[in-house]
Design a protein around this ligand. Structure first.
Ligand code: SAM
Length: 277
């Protein structure tokens, strides 16, 4: 491969990954939309539909970058709470909407029902752009940002209900260690969910995808972000990541149960799920 990524040591990998995301941080969101033709949004929405968080859920989104998954999580909880308020409104017909919201506030039930998302990423620059985005989009509550390494998470044991990692685990130097850390910080009954590029299972799509990723993506990277090499790396790192079944076995090795996966867009991406029982 041109970037020679598979030959570098683990500490070099960490340095390169830091460098890559320093380089792409500013253009990360726009490049994500361009490179995946916006499809990453549908994949992230699918992740939320699988997750089905309930009000009160404590989420840890590792390698959270600019915050997309955490924002969708808050949207999901909001919509559930609003639906609940509408149901309450119907059953308490003599109360007005304002009175119901007031009664929610008085009983300490905010619109998120105590749900909280922690976004943890090793790269402060990515999170700086994420925080700006959160402000612009109005995500002010139920969110915190923590700089930290997935391989050595700065959290106590059994703190979270759900652990997510989206397009992040393939960049990690020690994937096994990251999986063990995921297991450690989840509560018993907690769920691990990983959205990652995977192995395409359709020969025709595979050919188009190869052409697109090796010929088009680095060019887009150069034109939009002035950075061919970082995007070359991103494409190569996808090819080096274990395929669906192999990754499933790694998740099981970390102690997770009921591990399964869902292919998205013919396996271009996949969501792996497992439970800490
Ligand atoms: N999850 C976001 C999304 O789906 O849009 C961002 C994904 S971005 C492709 C990958 C992120 O992984 C980067 O922000 C990078 O800094 C982060 N990352 C890489 N290695 C990491 C590690 N060891 N611990 C925590 N974050 C890491």
């Amino acid at each position: 491969t041109q970037f020679g990524f598979e030959r570098v040591s683990e500490s070099e990998k960490r340095e390169k990954v830091q460098q890559v995301f320093d380089n792409v941080a500013q253009k990360y969101d726009i490049m994500n939309d361009l490179m995946t033709l916006g499809i990453h949004r549908l994949w992230k929405e699918r992740l939320l539909r699988l997750m089905k968080p309930y009000p009160g859920t404590q989420l840890l989104d590792v390698a959270g970058g600019t915050g997309d998954i955490a924002f969708l999580f808050l949207d999901y909880i909001h919509s559930q709470r609003e639906a609940q308020m509408h149901r309450d409104l119907k059953s308490w017909q003599n109360l007005s909407w304002l009175e119901i919201s007031k009664s929610y506030q008085e009983t300490g039930q905010d619109l998120l029902g105590g749900s909280h998302a922690v976004i943890c990423d090793i790269n402060p620059k990515m999170m700086t752009f994420g925080k700006k985005k959160a402000q612009q989009l109005g995500y002010t509550e139920g969110l915190s940002w923590v700089v930290g390494n997935a391989e050595e998470l700065p959290f106590v044991d059994e703190k979270f209900d759900i652990y997510t990692v989206g397009f992040g685990i393939r960049n990690m130097a020690h994937i096994k260690q990251a999986l063990q850390e995921a297991y450690r910080v989840l509560k018993p009954g907690g769920r691990f969910l990983c959205l990652e590029f995977s192995q395409v299972n359709n020969p025709l799509i595979s050919r188009i995808y190869d052409l697109y990723s090796f010929q088009v993506i680095p060019v887009l990277g150069e034109v939009i972000a002035g950075d061919w090499k970082s995007y070359q790396y991103l494409v190569e790192s996808i090819r080096l990541f274990p395929a669906q079944e192999e990754f499933k076995a790694m998740i099981e090795d970390a102690g997770f149960m009921k591990v399964n996966y869902h292919n998205l867009t013919s396996g271009i991406a996949a969501i792996h799920s497992g439970f800490k029982l």
